[in-house]
Design a protein. Structure first.
Length: 156
């Protein structure tokens, strides 16, 4: 495996939380400006975030934004809340199955987190080369906590 695609050792990926990684899209046109995990690299190129977890007994990675309000990040650089194989949106209470990203409860029930391809080799997690390049373990540049101050009213 190409070491520039190595995200972390498998043992470094938490089961009860998430690991936050910054990625660079291979094709910048595939990134929507409304996605909450969008930042900008030093060279002006877009950066996005991925949450990596072992919550479902296997390593999976997803883009770091809720499907209800896409400007809300699941992991605000302190690990997303994970319980019983589900990743939680702490803003809305939505729960996403860690093995596939399916929202089984909350305002975006039925939606699916955007998957980020990863592979395991020699005890490490590697980014699949098709869509993203690995940048670093940390939030994308220029990100706040994504918490906002708006209130989610019934029917929103």
């Amino acid at each position: 495996m190409d070491e520039s695609r190595r995200i972390a050792g498998v043992e470094d990926v938490p089961e009860e939380s998430t690991l936050l990684a910054t990625l660079r899209p291979v094709d910048a046109e595939t990134v929507d400006e409304g996605e909450g995990d969008l930042g900008e690299g030093e060279d002006g190129s877009p950066e996005v975030e991925a949450v990596v977890t072992r919550a479902a007994g296997e390593v999976r990675a997803f883009r770091n934004y809720c499907q209800h309000w896409t400007d809300v990040r699941l992991d605000k650089d302190d690990g997303a809340f994970v319980r019983n194989g589900e990743v939680f949106c702490q803003k809305h209470g939505a729960t996403f199955e860690a093995d596939g990203g399916y929202c089984n409860f909350g305002p975006c029930e039925g939606a699916v987190l955007e998957s980020v391809g990863v592979a395991l080799a020699a005890g490490a997690v590697y980014l699949d080369p098709d869509a993203y390049e690995f940048v670093r373990l940390a939030p994308s540049a220029g990100k706040g906590d994504g918490s906002g101050s708006r209130t989610d009213l019934p029917g929103n």
